[in-house]
Design a protein around this ligand. Structure first.
Ligand code: PHB
Length: 394
């Protein structure tokens, strides 16, 4: 039996936020695409990911007509608190750089995008297996896979995009790629709990017992994290032990206490810094986590993926609509400019706020000196505010 062949302009491996946002932007530019993903839609929706959108990520969702739900159901945050030595210091984004971020979970971004694709008649195939990409340097590259009904499928296109996440298989198609890594000797223990918010904005805490992040979801559900060893076992953590640990990390002379509630979910989240260069080989281009990952401390992962895709949509429009193939040559350098800035920012936030077993007393004092420098100076705080709210698209 010969398998059916679908002909499209852009074949996208990965239908997470990066793949779907690309498909949406291409559709608006009159370019058609097919996106495939090995996960089901429900599986993607049930994965808890980070929750902060830069201002330009919000604008992209709203202005490109995906949805304005982020403005109705998201929460605008005009700053964050940095807490150390038991005292909170507010970083006022609006005052420092005239910008804000929005608390709006990645799951909701994904749902809005999947709904927009369905609304606009997009071809998105979830739950496919045995995915392979072929002929990446030829003029009719393709995706071969088995669909959710067990039927073999072939998708032939002009350009292939790998938006298949941190465990990307498309990345391996790039020979002679350089891969840059940084591993960290810690992970995050994350919980979702049923409680009202403990504070109006996010609190990034450095304590002697390690880092903690107090984030939020809704008026009734909260998201919190604390630094743990990478091999930590969730079963070893009872609710009482989790609350005791979190409370002790945020404790201070101001008497601040977290509002506790039933823990709905707990997991250990390992992370690393990673960049793959170049992000293109022949007619294959990578976007988002497939090409780079950052530690979550800077809340940059999803925002970087959306920024890649915005550049990529422009490039593909030039190539496909205007016939300017040379635009492909600029993709890596245009995308990586922001990627390396975000790598630095995420690394910096991480090392400034986490405790390390091999840190001596000098390192601890220096870390506190760094936090004092930052929170005690408008110029110091302005860098954090600018990077956290996001560099302009350029
Ligand atoms: C989250 O709410 O899940 C979150 C927020 C900020 C971060 C990381 C995660 O830096």
């Amino acid at each position: 039996m010969t398998r059916p062949v679908t002909r499209t302009q852009v074949g996208i491996v990965g239908a997470g936020p990066a793949g779907l946002m690309l498909a949406h932007l291409l559709h608006r530019a009159g370019v058609d695409s097919v996106a495939v993903d090995s996960r089901s839609r429900t599986e993607i929706e049930q994965t808890h990911r980070a929750g902060i959108l830069e201002r330009d990520s919000v604008r992209l969702l709203v202005d490109s007509g995906v949805s304005d739900r982020v403005l109705r159901e998201g929460y605008q945050h005009e700053g964050i608190a940095l807490r150390f030595n038991g005292v909170s210091h507010r970083i006022d984004f609006e005052k420092l750089v005239g910008s804000s971020v929005w608390l709006y979970p990645q799951t909701d971004v994904f749902m809005d995008l999947a709904d927009a694709r369905a609304r606009d008649g997009g071809d998105v195939r979830f739950g496919v297996t045995d995915t392979r990409v072929v002929d990446t340097t030829g003029d009719r590259p393709g995706i071969l896979c088995t669909d959710a009904d067990g039927l073999e499928q072939e998708i032939r296109c002009d350009i292939l995009v790998g938006a298949d996440g941190s465990r990307s298989m498309t990345r391996h198609e790039i020979p002679d790629r350089r891969q840059y890594y940084r591993e960290y000797p810690f992970a995050w223990f994350g919980i979702l709990c049923e409680a009202p918010p403990s504070a109006p904005e996010l609190i990034y805490t450095r304590s002697e017992r390690g880092f903690a992040l107090i984030s939020q979801r809704t008026d009734a559900i909260q998201r919190m994290y604390f630094q743990c060893p990478p091999d930590e076992q969730v079963e070893d953590w009872s609710s009482d032990r989790i609350w005791e640990e979190l409370q002790s990390r945020v404790a201070g002379e101001d008497g601040f206490q977290l509002k506790e509630g039933r823990i709905l979910e707990k997991s250990v989240l390992p992370f690393r810094s990673f960049v793959c260069e170049p992000m293109r080989y022949g007619n294959l281009l990578l976007a988002g986590d497939a090409a780079h990952t950052v530690p979550p401390t800077g809340a940059k992962g999803l925002n970087l993926a959306l920024a890649d895709v915005r550049v990529l949509a422009e490039v593909l429009q030039q190539v496909i609509v205007e016939g300017r193939r040379e635009a492909l040559d600029d993709y890596t350098s245009r995308a990586l400019n922001r990627v390396w800035k975000a790598q630095h920012f995420s690394y910096w936030m991480t090392t400034m706020l986490h405790a390390s077993d091999d840190a001596g007393e000098f390192d601890v004092r220096r870390q506190l000196g760094e936090l004092e420098t930052l929170t005690g100076s408008e110029h110091g705080a302005a860098y954090l505010a600018e990077a956290y709210t996001g560099w302009p698209h350029g």
